[in-house]
Design a protein. Sequence first.
Length: 158
Amino acid sequence: MLKPKFIAHSAVIAAAYAVLTLSLPMWSYGPVQVRAAEAFTLLAGFTPAAIPGLYIGCLVSNIYTGNITDIIFGSLTTLVAAFLSYKLRKKPWLVPLPPVILNALIVGFYLTYQYGGLMYINMLTVGAGQLIACYVIPCYFIINFKKFSERIRPYIQY
C-alpha cells in the first residue's frame, strides 16, 4: 500500500509539471520544443514518487493537446524515462539522460508522421530541447546533487 506522503509527493510533482507545461504552451509542444517541466525529471534521482508524478503530469499536459499519439506514447515515454532515471540515481550526471534519449527517439519519431519533415531533424530538435530542459535548466542542482540530496532527504523518506 502506498503511503500518504508518497502519494502527496507524486501529486505535487504531477501538478507542478502540468502547470509549468500548460503555462508555457508555445515552448512545450510541437517539433521544436523546450518543455521546461522536463527539468523535473531530475527529481527521479531523489525519490521514486517522481515516477508516477512525472507520468501523471505529462499525461495531463498531453491531454490538453488532444493528440492521442502524444497522450499515449509521449506519456508512456515519460514514465519509462522516469523509471530509468530513478535507476541511475547513484550517477547524478546520468539521471537526466533517459528523458533526453527516449524523447528524442520516440517523440521525434512520431512527430515526423504528424508534422512531416525529416525524422533525424525532428529527433535532433526534440533531443536538443530535452538537453536544454534536462541539463541546462537544472545544472545548478546536478552540480550540487549530493549536498542538495542530503538537505532534502529527511523530507522525502517513506
